[in-house]
Every structure is written in structure tokens, then in C-alpha cells.
Design a binder for this molecule. Structure first.
Ligand SMILES: NC(=O)c1ccc[n+]([C@@H]2O[C@H](COP(=O)([O-])OP(=O)(O)OC[C@H]3O[C@@H](n4cnc5c(N)ncnc54)[C@H](OP(=O)(O)O)[C@@H]3O)[C@@H](O)[C@H]2O)c1
Length: 358
């Protein structure tokens, strides 16, 4: 398989650097350009401060380009770049992603600006891969990954909905500081405290849940920020259409996870959902579908941090289940998730051709 030349939109942000990290040794994608804001424009990528905990991987010798400049997009197309991963803030993504996509570079986005927009697929590979289609056939020009909080919520509930029917759910989240971006996280860590409120998060998560699962029941969500660097934890109570017991429910979660494996994609965990007795936010951050690596290097281990863990399952009555679930918000919930989405598009032959631009 020929490696596809890709760009990252964003130079020094948390998700932008997670993307650079995951693309450093990617078997299918070749990091060929980084385009960002005025902050690091014209600087060598090696000079952009590295904000992730792991050491900076060996990255290609690149200069940060201007993400706003249509001439940059044209030049990259001439150089064979066909895909861009966007880690832009929503306000910039709103106008910049269409500019890149319309010029001929397919954009895979972590930003919220184009989620649930007609003609732009919003997809989680294990949940609604069939929605990953260009609106008029041919090449896929623009697709979005979901909100990070949705992953630990939707995996267990998709399995439950499939087996027993989901009538309603409530969710309370405890979300990590890194979900707010690097300056936000640094400020909170320096101050030793954080405002628990995350404006708009509950509405966004609930709407994306309905969209990807094509579900129309009743829900109530509350999202809170807490003082933890990484990892989003959800506490869920769900009402089922058909009665069951805890053993049968655990069995269905496990079966769903086995059925939804995406063996052939480099960033896919060995199974998407790991069923445990209890969620442990210290031990389970880098769940990879078969184990819990402690200090993996996401630049070489593309599976670590890509699985969701579910546990603390209780059934107070035959149609009510309570559980907790947890996953890594900047890996599965952001950069890892959007690279997995692009891998799926590549495997589905929806990517632009590698040859000269028409
Ligand atoms: N953090 C998460 O867990 C998470 C999860 C899912 C989705 N997301 C989404 O991913 C995006 C990036 O989030 P983040 O956590 O990486 O935030 P961050 O650490 O604050 O980084 C902000 C990014 O936005 C870019 N940027 C800022 N101002 C810009 C401008 N005027 N023009 C162009 N680029 C600009 C920066 O690029 P330069 O470095 O070039 O300045 C930087 O890469 C956001 O849309 C966020 O909602 C984040």
C-alpha cells in the first residue's frame, strides 16, 4: 500500500501534537506538512514547544505553513498532499476546513464546527461506518470525528441498544483538563483548581449520540470538568426496552465488542470495549483492547488508549442498568479517533488518488 501524504492543521496545540505524534511512524500516512496560526508561522517544526508528556518523536524536517493561505493549499496539492487532519478551534475550522476541502485536500476534523452538517459525515468507525460516504459518490472531501465524551458513553449503550433496546439514559461525566486544550490545562494546573462547568458540552454530546446511533429516546446529560490531566469518565443509568440480568448484559457487551473489531486498521484497538469489574482511572487510561500498557509511546503503539473500558455494572431491576465507562480523551477521543476514521476511509477506497492532481 502506497503511503498517503498528509498535513496537520495546527502546530503547537494538544491535539495537533497528538496528531503529529501518531503520524510520526504511521504505516499508511506520511506527515508531509504542518500548517498553523501566526504563532509559529515560518518556524521549523522542531522549534515549536512540545506540549505532550511523552518525548517528541522523530518528526520530518518541516517549516510551519500558514493555514489561512490558499496558495499554501495549492502548493501542497502540487506536492502530492491529499489529506489534512484538522485540530483547529471551531471558529477557525468553520471557514478554513471548507477552504482546504474545496481546493482538493480531504479534511478529517476533530473540531465541532461541521459536526452534524448535511453532506459531512460524522462517524465513529465501530458505530456508524456506513455513514462514511461522500455526498455524491467519488472522493470523500470532508468528515468529522465526534466529541470526546461521546466515546465512553456510546460504546456500552450501542451494545445495550442492539441487544435489549435503549429507552432512555442519564449520564454524568467527569472530564479531564486536557479536553479544554493546552492553555486551559496549564492554567488549571498552575491555579490548582478548575471551574466544573463546560458550556455546551452536554447538549453537543447528547445530539451527537442521537446522530451516530440514529436513536430517538429520552436522555439527560451533565458534564463536569475535574482536576485530572487525561481521561473522560462517565456514570450512566439506562432504561432497557426488554428485561435482562447482569450476566446476560455483560455477555452482550463482550459479544458486541468482538463483533465491532476493525482488525485491519492500524489504529484500531484489538477490541473496542473492555468489560471489567471496576473502572480504574489510574490503571485503564491506555486500554488497547487486550491489556493496559502503563507508559506506552503513542508514536509507535497506535492501539494504546484506543479502547473504552466499562465496569461497575449494576442492575437494580431487570430493565435498569448502571455502569461507569472511561477512555483517553486526546487519543481515542481526538487525534487517535480521527486518524482511525481516515484509515477506515482509506480502507474503503474513499481517499483521493495519490497521483498528480487533476
Ligand atoms: N483536547 C481534546 O481532548 C479534544 C477532543 C476532541 C476535539 N478537540 C478539538 O480539537 C481542536 C483543538 O483542541 P486542542 O485541545 O488541541 O486545543 P489547544 O491545545 O488549545 O490548541 C489550539 C489549536 O488551535 C490552533 N489555533 C489557535 N488559534 C488559531 C487561529 N487563529 N488560526 C488557526 N489555528 C489556530 C493552534 O494552532 P497553532 O499551534 O498553530 O497556534 C492549536 O493547534 C478544538 O477544535 C477542540 O474542540 C479537542
Amino acid at each position: 500500500m502506497e503511503r498517503l501524504k498528509v498535513a496537520v492543521l495546527g502546530a503547537g496545540g494538544l491535539v495537533a501534537q497528538r496528531l503529529q505524534q501518531r503520524l510520526a511512524h504511521h504505516p499508511w500516512f506520511d506527515l508531509a506538512a504542518v500548517a498553523g496560526s501566526a504563532r509559529f508561522l515560518g518556524q521549523p517544526l522542531s522549534g515549536v514547544p512540545w506540549v505532550l508528556e511523552e518525548k517528541r518523536p522523530a518528526l520530518p524536517d518541516l517549516t510551519v505553513l500558514d493555514v489561512n493561505d490558499p496558495a499554501v493549499v495549492e502548493r501542497l496539492i502540487d506536492e502530492g498532499v491529499r489529506v489534512a487532519f484538522s485540530a483547529l478551534p471551531a471558529a477557525e475550522a468553520r471557514h478554513l476546513e471548507p477552504m482546504w476541502a474545496q481546493a482538493g485536500i480531504s479534511v478529517f476534523s476533530n473540531a465541532s464546527a461541521h459536526r452534524r452538517v448535511e453532506g459531512i459525515p460524522l462517524v465513529i468507525p465501530e458505530i456508524n461506518a456506513e455513514a462514511l460516504q461522500p455526498p455524491r459518490g467519488g472522493v470523500l472531501r470532508h468528515a468529522c470525528a465526534t466529541n470526546c465524551t461521546l466515546l465512553p458513553l456510546v460504546f456500552p449503550l450501542a451494545a445495550i441498544h442492539h441487544a435489549f433496546g435503549l429507552e432512555a439514559y442519564t449520564m454524568r461525566s467527569e472530564q479531564a483538563l486536557s479536553g479544554g486544550g493546552h492553555p486551559y490545562m496549564t492554567r488549571a494546573l498552575n491555579e490548582g483548581s478548575v471551574d466544573a462547568d463546560i458550556p455546551g458540552e452536554a447538549e453537543k454530546t447528547g445530539a451527537e449520540f442521537r446522530h451516530v446511533l440514529d436513536w430517538d429516546g429520552s436522555s439527560h446529560l451533565t458534564c463536569q470538568r475535574i482536576m485530572r490531566a487525561d481521561g473522560h469518565h462517565v456514570f450512566v443509568e439506562a432504561t432497557l426496552s426488554q428485561p435482562t440480568d447482569e450476566n446476560a448484559l455483560r455477555g452482550e457487551l463482550t459479544k458486541w465488542s468482538m463483533r465491532q473489531r476493525l482488525h485491519d486498521l492500524p489504529s484500531a484497538p484489538s477490541q473496542p470495549l473492555m468489560v471489567e469489574d471496576n473502572v480504574d482511572v489510574n490503571a485503564h487510561l491506555f486500554a488497547d483492547g487486550s491489556a493496559y500498557p502503563t507508559q506506552p509511546d503513542p508514536a509507535v503503539d497506535l492501539k494504546a488508549g484506543m479502547a473504552v473500558v466499562v465496569g461497575n455494572i449494576e442492575m437494580p431491576d431487570p430493565t435498569t442498568v448502571r455502569f461507569q465507562a472511561f477512555n483517553h480523551n486526546t487519543l481515542r477521543g481526538a487525534a487517535g479517533g480521527v486518524v482511525l476514521l481516515a484509515e477506515l476511509a482509506y480502507a474503503m477506497e474513499l481517499m483521493p488518488s495519490i497521483g498528480p492532481h487533476p
